[in-house]
Design a protein around this ligand. Structure first.
Ligand code: SAM
Length: 208
């Protein structure tokens, strides 16, 4: 089966994407819900997690994506791969991440990745950007005390905007890194590196 065709962007503020998702029931979606959980926000076609689920099988993985057909395709690929530690959720993460994570027991969410989110370049579209104060709050509230957030993008102004939100929050401490700590690169990361463009990365740890 070919790759599903989708719009390049959807407007996260349109009525369709304002509807709230059901919280994820990790007891239902994972074979072993007690494993540490990695959440990838803006997972697109889900290839990063498909490969992570095989490379580091001791973890559980949730991908969150606003383009619904990509979520369906990624869940189909995960089932074909036989993964029991991987699930993708259709969710507008700039509005509803808190609702999606409601019910995930404390201490389970160990890692969050935000990788190459859409920049929405125009000033009048700034409100459509995925990483906002609510998202940072939600992550801080759900992340385990040993948790970490990895953020990367090739768009410098967006990197500064996202990093500033986490830096301003005293629940996080920055651990600067030029390297990607994961054994798998996202599709966008590979495309950017093929063009020899810079990538802006950093990591935030939960402040002890
Ligand atoms: C440029 S792509 C990068 C995808 C992938 N992380 C990578 O690095 O290859 C950004 C992804 O974030 C998704 N996205 C943008 N806004 C979102 C939102 N509010 N909630 C969930 N996903 C969103 C887009 O649909 C798109 O799939």
């Amino acid at each position: 089966m070919g790759r599903v065709r989708v719009h390049q962007h959807v407007n996260p503020l349109s009525p369709y994407y304002r509807r709230s998702p059901e919280p994820i029931d990790i007891e239902n979606v994972f074979a072993d819900p007690e494993r540490p959980l990695l959440l990838d926000i803006g997972s697109a076609r889900g290839r990063f997690l498909l490969r992570m689920a095989e490379a580091e099988p001791a973890w559980n993985y949730i991908g969150v994506e606003i383009r619904e057909p990509l979520v369906e395709e990624a869940n189909r690929l995960a089932a074909e791969q036989g993964s029991t530690n991987l699930h993708y959720a259709f969710c507008n993460a700039m509005l509803w991440l808190d609702r999606l994570l409601d019910g995930i027991p404390p201490g389970v969410l160990q890692s969050v990745t935000i990788q190459f989110p859409d920049p929405w370049f125009k000033k009048r579209h700034a409100k459509r950007r995925m990483v906002n104060q609510e998202m940072v709050d939600t992550i801080a509230e759900h992340l385990a005390p040993t948790g970490r957030v990895f953020v990367q993008t090739d768009i410098e102004f967006l990197a500064e905007e996202m990093f500033a939100l986490f830096r301003a929050d005293e629940r996080f401490a920055e651990f600067s890194t030029d390297a990607n700590p994961f054994p798998v690169k996202t599709e966008r990361e590979k495309a950017v590196e093929d063009k020899d463009l810079p990538v802006y990365r950093t990591m935030f740890l939960v402040q002890g």
